[in-house]
Design a protein around this ligand. Structure first.
Ligand code: HH2
Length: 289
């Protein structure tokens, strides 16, 4: 099981100071806990009724072994309507501010440069952009602030993306886009990037499975790869479980499959279930030599 690192030019909790910048390193597969402070996210919408409840949830995720907690203020599920910058900021900023100094690496899940800049000013450490830094200003923000970025592939907008699932060459387009965006971001001064195929974003269930199978091709580019399958509808389809919140064991199975294909991070709702499953999987690999 290899070691993965993310470099930041700004202090990052748990990171070691090196001549290159602050290096956050982990062995095996790191867990990113999902914390949606939205009324309408597909599985945890409305779960954290107040900023204080969200802060407690973030702390519980970190205590359970999450490497990073990902805070989102806009649902990007298929068909979701966009929210304004003000609404998104009102949702995420109080939680980020309250977590400052907690020692938890925080990423902010946003497509908007204004939200990203405000979140970084409030104490967030990493940008997670489901639109894959398509807005050049998002690259600017990450470069100027010196923070790592998660680059995810999607097509179009959440509202209409499931009408855009015709690909001439699925893996070529998804992995090619991610590689180009990584090179663009690094050339502009973003200190490090994570690549994410964007399961469920303008993809059918079969296409999500094809991307998971092809993951080693993406991993071979040399950047850390994140996979986010948690509770998604294709996991429901694979497992036959209709209710998203009941899909945690099935999500673990998909994430172990991704781990076996080289994923360095998994983005999950149920942190304890993933931490124990991954620790067991890693111990087996270790003992198997
Ligand atoms: N999936 C979702 C949101 N953000 N970010 C990355 N990097 N990768 C993902 O797969 C990903 C993501 C959608 O899931 P969720 O946050 O649970 O739901 P919603 O968009 O409804 O808030």
């Amino acid at each position: 099981m290899g070691v993965t690192s993310l470099i930041s030019r700004r202090p990052l909790p748990g990171a070691e100071q090196t001549p290159e910048g602050y290096r956050l390193s982990w062995r095996g597969v790191g867990v990113m806990g999902v914390l949606n402070v939205t009324p309408d996210s597909f599985s945890d919408g409305g779960q954290w009724g107040s900023a204080e409840a969200a802060v407690q949830a973030a702390k519980a995720m970190a205590a359970a072994g999450a490497l990073i907690v990902d805070i989102g203020g806009e649902s990007t599920r298929p068909g979701a309507e966009p929210v304004s910058v003000e609404v998104e900021c009102d949702r995420v900023l109080p939680v980020i501010r309250a977590l400052e100094g907690s020692g938890i690496p925080i990423s902010v899940d946003t497509r908007r440069t204004e939200v990203a800049a405000a979140a970084l000013a409030a104490g967030a450490h990493i940008i997670n952009d489901v639109s894959g830094l398509r807005d050049p200003q998002m690259i600017q923000v990450c470069a100027e602030k010196g923070v790592p970025a998660v680059i995810m592939h999607m097509r179009g907008e959440p509202r209409t993306m499931q009408q855009q699932t015709d690909y001439a060459d699925l893996e070529g387009e998804v992995f090619g886009f991610l590689r180009e965006q990584a090179e663009r971001a690094l050339a502009a001064g973003v200190p490090s990037v994570v690549l994410d195929p964007g399961l469920g974003f303008a993809k059918t269930a079969e296409q999500n499975v094809a991307l998971l199978k092809a993951l080693p091709r993406l991993v071979a580019y040399g950047y850390p790869v994140l996979v986010g399958a948690s509770r998604k509808s294709f996991v429901g389809k694979l497992s036959g479980i209709a209710v998203p919140s009941e899909r945690d064991s099935a999500s673990v199975a998909v994430h172990l499959f991704a781990a076996s294909r080289g994923a360095a991070l998994v983005r999950v709702h149920n942190v304890p279930a993933h931490v124990s499953a991954l620790a067991t999987w890693e111990a087996l690999h270790h003992d198997a030599g």
